[in-house]
Design a binder for this molecule. Structure first.
Ligand code: AMP
Length: 217
């Protein structure tokens, strides 16, 4: 069983690595940010409620996120394992997750905040399929266009500098305490998230293998 959580500040590369590892392990990549952005784009009542919080860089209220996560975790493809990206983000969410399922390993990604800010400012996003690019390290093949569907790439509203400052503060205050929580539970595998996507992927693989050792896979 592979029930994996990726923990780390915005811009650290969790989403990119989660997409890769999800393909390698054959378990679904569950990103609460992606699920919320889809709800916003579809203008569902939940999406409309989440939109303002997201634009400002604040956390969306726990009850909304939990509703969306419970649905996704209950889907048939998540029964043999999953890779959670962006959840939990505070202690109450970690406790709610523990009531829903067991977590085998928590990989935490670490990077200095100056590098995070640099990465977020050069990040571009496809509003159609949610693929992410970086103008410096991972540019699209054709400038300004998504490789997968040709849609015009944009900057996510919450990647603008005002929202980035709030997101980093929210991470430090609400999400970073989860590191101690999972360390205490013996589940935490910290990795250095600097370097190329290939270098980071090798560290992620090693962390997951080490974290899963001795467990029934
Ligand atoms: P992300 O794509 O993970 O950076 O998430 C983008 C935004 O979605 C966050 O800044 C929050 O506003 C919201 N969000 C995503 N996941 C959660 C969560 N687990 N709890 C609360 N808000 C979330």
């Amino acid at each position: 069983m592979r029930r994996i959580v990726f923990l780390g500040p915005p811009g650290v590369g969790k989403g990119t690595q989660a997409a890769r590892l999800s393909r390698e392990l054959g378990v679904p990549h569950l990103s609460t940010g992606d699920l919320l952005r889809s709800a916003v784009a579809a203008r569902t009542p939940l999406g409309r409620e989440a939109d303002g919080h997201m634009r400002a860089g604040r956390l969306v209220p726990d009850d909304l996120v939990l509703r969306i996560l419970k649905d996704r975790l209950g889907a048939p493809d998540a029964q043999a394992g999953f890779l959670l990206d962006g959840f939990p983000r505070n202690l109450a969410q970690a406790e709610a997750l523990a009531r829903l399922t067991v977590v085998d390993v928590v990989v935490s990604f670490d990077l200095p905040s100056a590098t995070l800010i640099e990465r977020l400012s050069s990040r571009r996003w496809c509003p159609k399929c949610q693929s992410t690019y970086n103008l410096v390290s991972q540019p699209p093949r054709a400038a300004g266009r998504c490789d997968k569907d040709g849609a015009e790439l944009v900057q996510r509203p919450d990647d603008r500098p005002e929202a980035v400052a709030t997101r980093l503060k929210v991470y430090a205050e609400q999400t970073a305490p989860l590191l101690d929580h999972y360390r205490g539970a013996g589940r935490l595998r910290p990795i250095d998230a600097s370097g190329s996507p290939d270098e980071v992927a090798a560290r992620v693989r090693a962390a997951v293998a080490e974290g899963s050792r001795g467990q029934v896979l």
